[in-house]
Design a protein around this ligand. Structure first.
Ligand code: ZN
Length: 218
């Protein structure tokens, strides 16, 4: 499968159904990934990068939507990158908590988290500005990234096309994910880039998705 350019300088790295959607943001000074994937997605990632004339070492930062294994295992490929994640989920990675991270069979890779992402923090990836929105529910430290000018929302495992993230895992909460989705629905969204499944394009389409989700899950 080739790499998909979703909008200018934003690419989807889609590998297998077991791995999450990873997004590459090509900035003027640096390249940033949102989530990486499972160990098996390292090989397709290498191919995607080659297609874009990039190497793994050209990625300087990986932002994580939450601390489940299928979002950070492929960090291993990116030896020059810094790894950012919310404080709550980071603590579980630092403690190598197998239940929280949903650790799979060996070998297993825990990245060293360089910085904790905080609500309203803005990560500049010129010309993109990614604002951290705290969205507990799938995990307590789950976050989304919102780009206000382009109206792009990277929703992790909080919101998908016609569905929401599961809340039955450690630190998950249905009432929290409801509040989080309510908070997201107040944003203007032209592009929804979820951590799994298809992307949603269009203001109207995104409003309809919120309507569908609220009617069917709340
Ligand atoms: Zn997850």
């Amino acid at each position: 499968m080739p790499v998909i350019e979703l909008t200018q300088n934003v690419f989807l790295f889609k590998t297998s159904d077991l791995s999450c959607n990873a997004f590459l943001i090509k900035g003027k000074e640096k390249n940033v990934l949102i989530d990486s994937g499972t160990i098996t997605s390292m090989k397709p990632h290498t191919e995607f990068l080659k297609e874009l004339n990039l190497r793994a070492d050209d990625i300087s930062l990986i932002l994580h939507t939450h601390g489940h294994y299928d979002h950070f295992q492929a960090d291993k490929l990116y030896e020059k990158a810094k790894f950012f994640l919310s404080e709550f989920d980071s603590k579980h990675l630092e403690q190598e908590n197998p239940e929280f991270t949903r650790r799979t069979k060996e070998p297993f890779f825990y990245p060293k988290i360089n910085s904790y992402l905080k609500e309203n923090q803005v990560i500049e990836v010129n010309p993109f500005s990614l604002k951290v929105i705290s969205t507990p529910g799938h995990t307590k430290g789950s976050i989304c990234f919102y780009e206000e000018n382009k109206k792009m929302l990277f929703s992790g495992y909080t919101l998908f096309f016609h569905t929401i993230g599961r809340t039955d895992l450690q630190s998950g909460s249905f009432s929290e994910i409801k509040n989080s989705i309510q908070k997201l629905s107040e944003l203007e969204i032209e592009f929804l880039f979820p951590g799994h499944g298809k992307v949603i394009q269009g203001l109207k389409e995104n409003q309809e998705n919120f309507k569908f989700v609220k009617a069917n899950f709340f």
